[in-house]
Design a binder for this molecule. Structure first.
Ligand code: NAD
Length: 345
């Protein structure tokens, strides 16, 4: 994509600030995007993965940063949305030196952006960042892994969805298909298994899925087959864009609730498609806000119980979205986006 196009797209998404930092001596090529600070400083993780081009990296950051604004607004947090994307060098690099430079970059932004963990970054990287700036949430000293908190919110969202769709208050006998057995997917599977759910699982890393299958008493299917499994709930916990015009017609589920960010490839069209098929969709930025809620509490040194209380509120938020969507005959995604956008104005 051309730079002009990206800038136009970012304006349409409501962006005002995009920062770039390059430090070739350590291989740092980083973007920080700040989507919205009306509710408070922008908090969002630093993604550290390989990208084919700078345009891809910036586009990813822009998409994710807006999602963080929606997430924070829906969870009623006094934070805005932003994101950092660090392009992982293809050549060997000094990880400590790279993250130290990134820490200086974050510090130069003077607190308008607070960084945290994301795909590809580790708590030890944040330790390095924390030596350069106070604007960081989560270090290895306090073992601030957001994943269990994300799982808590996804689980509460799933409880709301099965209550709304099937009038059920228990997972006993329910069949859940989970895509992705990473930090979130595996923990979620364990919880659901303990509650008597029947599980079908898949991971790109088939050996990983096979390893977990016995303990979870789960059936393993190929990664490309998981969204066609006949089930009560489909839980995307791997990657974005999984719900699209090709996959939605193939779904054999009544409910979709998962942790992955940006599950809908084209939010409006895909959300409408799900609604037309009678599939109840739990908007991802509401369902997976547990990690962000925990990160904000951790940043403010609040007790973990406070985070749990707030994460549990996701159940009521989700119920309200489902009810409103039903009464207005529009998609759950559009209802949630509308509420969030209003709170961001
Ligand atoms: P993770 O990297 O630990 O796990 C992702 C898993 O998905 C990996 O095991 C990977 O092999 C698998 N995978 C990738 N592509 C796949 C495919 N095509 N089919 C099947 N499996 C595939 O990530 P995570 O921390 O468990 O997060 C899962 C999702 O939730 C991500 O999209 C992430 O952005 C989102 N999320 C996570 C958190 C959190 O606190 N960890 C918070 C909010 C959102």
């Amino acid at each position: 994509m051309q730079l002009d196009q990206i800038i136009e797209q970012s304006k349409a998404m409501g962006y005002g600030e995009i920062y770039i930092k390059m430090e070739p001596s350590v291989g740092l090529q980083a973007f920080v995007v700040i989507h919205n600070t009306k509710r408070g400083p922008a908090l969002g993780g630093c993604r550290f993965i390989e990208y084919a081009s700078c345009a891809d990296a910036l586009t990813d950051a822009l998409r994710l940063g807006r999602g963080m604004s929606l997430k924070a607004a829906m969870a009623n947090l006094n934070y805005g949305g932003g994101k950092a994307v660090l392009m992982r060098p293809a050549q060997p690099f000094d990880r400590v030196a790279l993250f130290a430079e990134f820490g200086k970059f974050v510090n130069e932004l003077g607190g308008r952006y607070i960084t945290a963990l994301d795909s590809g970054s580790e708590l030890t990287d944040l330790d390095v960042v924390a030596q350069q700036t106070a604007y960081v949430s989560g270090t290895s000293a306090d073992q601030s892994d957001p994943s269990p908190h994300t799982v808590r919110g996804v689980y509460r969202s799933m409880e709301a969805a099965i209550k709304f769709q099937f009038n059920k208050t228990s997972f006993k006998g329910m069949h859940i298909a989970i895509q992705g057995m990473g930090h979130v997917g595996h923990d979620l599977a364990q919880r659901l298994h303990q509650q008597g759910a029947t599980l079908t699982i898949a991971d790109k890393n088939q050996a990983l899925a096979m390893r977990y299958a016995e303990d979870l008493n789960a059936r393993v299917v190929a990664p490309e087959a998981i969204n066609e499994v006949v089930c009560d709930v489909f839980a995307p916990c791997a990657l974005g864009g999984i719900l699209n015009k090709k996959t939605i017609p193939l779904l054999k589920t009544s409910v979709v609730v998962g942790a992955a960010n940006n599950q809908l490839d084209e939010p409006k069209a895909d959300a409408d498609l799900l609604m037309q098929r009678g599939i109840l969709y739990a908007p991802d930025f509401v369902a997976n806000a547990g990690g962000l809620i925990f990160a904000t509490m951790d940043y403010e040194h609040k007790p973990i119980e406070k985070a749990d209380e707030k994460i549990d509120e996701i159940y009521d938020t989700m119920m309200a979205i489902f009810s409103e969507a039903k009464s207005q005959q529009c998609s759950t995604e559009m209802i949630a986006e509308k509420i969030a956008e209003e709170r961001l104005r």
